[in-house]
Design a protein around this ligand. Structure first.
Ligand code: MTE
Length: 388
């Protein structure tokens, strides 16, 4: 895995050497499509910092292979990260501040969590009126096995004082210009949950650089932004951290806004747990089926809640049929689902999917509009043409 800067350097060298018109080389020259080594086939939403979306046709396996797992970076990945000298500091409202090396973390009891990680802005591209930000469609989401020591065990070793109410994570991103560093906090209750990890491994292998090597927070069921990558410091605070990525970033209105209205920061809260949501992996939008029998399948998740039902409509929402849920399941992880449907006549159809979870939440026909397009979860929909 190489950093963007190394990548650009390598590409420039290669251009000078061969001067050929290869897709990789073209990007370095004029911003045409990028291929990022190890992430082939991903939709590149931004190549300045890596923002890579998984095409929905890849949503056909319960565990997302790392090469297909979305990447969301607010700034440059650290260009130099030496596992031998890297350290994690734990400080703030604790009795005994600690510094741990990677080797020390690797020796601690590891716990595994299968988690669906979704970016708060996934689906933003579908908000109307349009909102600024990375125009994610369906694939800023993926499911992986994460493992590493429980954050709770580290906090216990450090001895959290009664004044410690929030836990702040600081990442080692390389900050361009005046952009504030990536620092966010979570409440002590979530930090003390036995499933909140300092993850060192993803799908059985050490984390890759894109996903936070050597260590990242893993805050299961919550928006991806809670899971800070390239961790360097954990600090226990008396109050919620108030930097850029907590306020004004990643906030949701306390009361529904009229589409187009601005957010009043004093009447907002940080975005935490994920919404209930489903995505149709197949058929693809605008697909033409040669047969009247169509196999519809996809994924559905509910953050901290379990998916209990996925329904499909093939008549634009007039009637709904229950889809079959896949066998694989785990707390915080999405469920695969499928539905076999036979069109009565050839023609144009809109297929909708909607999920319901164990908290009684059902995906709405229209998502709650907000100025950053967070937590978009309207019914998923694809249009298809049945030919004969
Ligand atoms: N951690 C750091 N240090 N810097 C970042 O830009 N992006 C966050 C989070 N952790 C980010 C970060 C966001 S917004 C998301 S959605 C997840 O990482 C994405 O994790 P992934 O890139 O491993 O899929």
């Amino acid at each position: 895995m190489i950093s963007r800067r190394d990548f650009v350097k390598a590409v420039s060298g290669a251009m000078a050497a061969v001067g050929a018109a290869h897709p990789l080389l073209n990007w370095a020259a004029d911003d045409s499509p990028v291929v990022i080594p190890g992430k082939e086939g991903m939709i590149v939403r931004s190549a300045r910092f890596f923002d890579l979306e998984m095409p929905s046709e890849f949503m056909d396996s319960w565990i997302t292979p790392v090469p297909h797992f979305f990447v969301r970076n607010h700034m440059h990945e650290p260009s130099t990260l030496d596992a031998a000298t890297w350290e994690l500091k734990i400080s703030g409202e604790v009795e005994k501040p600690l510094t741990l090396t990677l080797a020390e973390l690797q020796k601690l009891d590891a716990h595994s969590v299968t988690n669906t990680l979704e970016c708060a802005g996934n689906g933003r591209a579908f908000q109307r009126p349009i909102v600024p930000g990375v125009q994610w469609q369906k694939g800023a989401v993926g499911t992986a096995h994460f493992s590493g020591p429980r954050l709770r065990d580290l906090l216990q070793r450090a001895g959290v004082k009664t004044t410690g109410k929030h836990v702040m994570f600081h990442g080692l991103d390389e900050v361009p210009g005046k952009v504030p560093p990536f620092i966010r906090s979570i409440p002590i209750e979530k930090a003390s949950d036995g499933d909140t990890l300092i993850a060192l491994r993803m799908n059985g292998a050490e984390l890759t650089k894109h996903h936070g090597f050597p260590a990242r927070a893993l805050v299961p069921g919550w928006i991806g932004a809670a899971s800070c990558k390239w961790l360097s410091e954990i600090k226990v605070l008396e109050k919620e951290f108030e930097g850029n990525f907590m306020k004004p970033g990643y906030r949701f209105p306390n009361h529904p806004l009229k589409p187009g209205d601005p957010l009043n920061l004093d009447d907002s809260h940080p975005v935490t747990a994920l919404n209930v949501k489903s995505v149709i992996a197949s058929p693809a939008d605008n697909w033409t089926s040669k047969s009247r029998s169509v196999h519809i399948h996809g994924v559905a998740w509910g953050g901290e809640a379990d998916v209990v039902k996925v329904e499909i409509s093939t008549d634009n929402g007039a009637t709904w049929q229950a889809a079959k849920l896949g066998r694989d399941q785990a707390k915080y992880a999405w469920r695969l689902w499928s539905h076999s449907w036979k069109a009565v006549t050839p023609g144009d159809y809109t297929i909708l999917s909607r999920a319901t979870d164990s908290q009684g939440r059902t995906q709405p026909a229209n998502a709650e509009w907000n100025p950053s397009g967070y937590l978009y979860n309207a019914y998923d929909r694809v249009k298809i043409h049945v030919q004969s």
